[in-house]
Design a protein around this ligand. Structure first.
Ligand SMILES: Cc1cc2nc3c(=O)[nH]c(=O)nc-3n(C[C@H](O)[C@H](O)[C@H](O)COP(=O)(O)O)c2cc1C
Ligand SMILES: CCCCC(=O)C(=O)O
Length: 361
């Protein structure tokens, strides 16, 4: 079959043809002039793998462990909002696809199904819940308190989004949301559910209404009082903040520039990974996301010190193309590509992909 997708980029082309234009722009776009979005990819062009030879790679294993959980591989699903923009089954399909692939699924707080329904779609699969800190402490505390009972094993607080980045594509499109794409966890607060605005984006309006931009490090204690789940901070890009996060007892750090959707910075997420890894110095796991599209990219991020990587848009492409099966295929592709790369660089286990496996040009 001529258009059988053989790599993640093939899924992008197929998905583009299936997703409504305004939704596609929301998914694909970045902030401002989209320099950070572009830099996330070009950063990988400067990283080359250093193959070692005559190593026994007759057996290669991508198996790894994260916060005590055994995972089939080091590639997890980044939290992305509104999966019904990509497929009518939304996050329920994503959850099933992730479970089939044995991958960790970090569910976005802004999902089109409730966090309970998503869990029920694939019980027992590894799952973390991403959070945005809401103005409405009652609603926010309720979600946080429900997370453990709903089967989530960790909380991922996104810390790079006190306000939403300037998404020009969405503003130009006056991006509006259909009734089926409202955030299901927020239906108790209908005032947060703007679906249409003039000359701006409804997603941006929802963020303005919902997000509390006043929170600081000391507010983390409030979160801790409401849940004993391990806490991960997502969106750390400096050594200073990595050290502070450790002082505040986080379980892990996710290095991310939000897929180039927040600050319009000319530096890629990969360019700051080494700085954070050095500051953390092995004291907690470091996750990475931004521009990972191939098994080669995964190996590069691991060699630069990440314990696992997250993929955002590629999962939405798989979802748009083939629902749960498409999600599983994208994740499976990345895993088989990684296996091949591991054989070719003479590193048959995840632990063996160390700093000597990469050179930055
Ligand atoms: C459509 C879309 C929605 C997103 N929604 C969220 C979200 O709800 N919460 C969050 O923490 N990050 C969100 N992100 C950022 C992703 O978690 C991740 O950082 C980013 O997509 C990684 O880059 P990649 O898409 O190049 O893999 C979103 C990204 C996209 C593309
Ligand atoms: C109000 C939902 C924000 C989702 C998000 O994080 C993004 O679009 O990048």
């Amino acid at each position: 079959m001529a258009d059988e997708p053989l790599c993640v980029d093939d899924f992008e082309a197929l998905a583009h043809a299936r997703v409504r234009a305004e939704y596609w722009d929301y998914i694909a776009g970045g902030a401002g002039s989209e320099r950070a979005l572009a830099a996330n990819r070009t950063a990988f062009e400067r990283a080359a793998l250093r193959p070692r030879i005559l190593v026994d790679v007759s057996t290669v294993s991508t198996a790894t462990t994260l916060l005590g959980r055994d995972l089939a591989g080091p590639v997890a699903i980044a939290p992305t909002a509104y999966h019904r923009m990509s497929h009518p089954d939304g996050e329920l399909a994503t959850a099933r696809g992730a479970a089939d692939a044995g991958a960790l699924y970090i569910t976005s707080f802004f999902s089109n199904h409730t966090m309970e329904d998503i869990s029920a779609a694939a019980p027992d699969a590894p799952r973390w819940l991403q959070l945005y800190w809401l103005h409405d402490r009652g609603l926010f505390g309720d979600v946080v308190e429900r997370a453990a009972g709903a089967g989530y094993e960790a909380l991922v607080l996104t810390v790079d989004t006190p306000v939403l980045g300037l998404r020009l594509r969405d503003a130009r499109n006056s991006l509006s949301l259909d009734p089926e794409t409202i955030p299901a966890n927020l239906t108790a607060a209908p005032t947060l559910l703007t679906t249409r605005t003039e000359n701006s984006s409804a997603v941006s309006a929802q963020a303005v209404q919902a997000f509390d931009a006043s929170i600081t490090w000391d507010d983390l204690a409030w979160l801790r009082e409401r849940s004993r789940l391990p806490l991960i901070l997502k969106g750390i890009v400096t050594a200073e903040d990595a050290r502070l996060a450790l002082d505040y007892g986080v379980a892990a750090i996710a290095v991310s520039n939000h897929g180039g959707r927040q600050l319009d910075n000319p530096i890629g997420a990969l360019d700051v990974l080494a700085e954070v890894v050095a500051a953390v110095d092995g004291r907690c796991p470091v996750l990475f996301d931004g521009g990972v599209r191939t098994g080669h990219d995964v190996a590069v991020a691991l060699a630069l010190g990440a314990d696992a990587v997250l993929v955002g848009r590629p999962v939405l492409w798989g979802l748009a193309v083939g629902g749960a099966e498409g999600v599983a295929r994208v994740l499976g592709l990345l895993r088989t590509e990684l296996e091949r790369v591991m054989a070719l660089i003479g590193r048959p286990t995840i632990a063996s992909i160390d700093a000597s496996a990469v050179v930055l040009r």
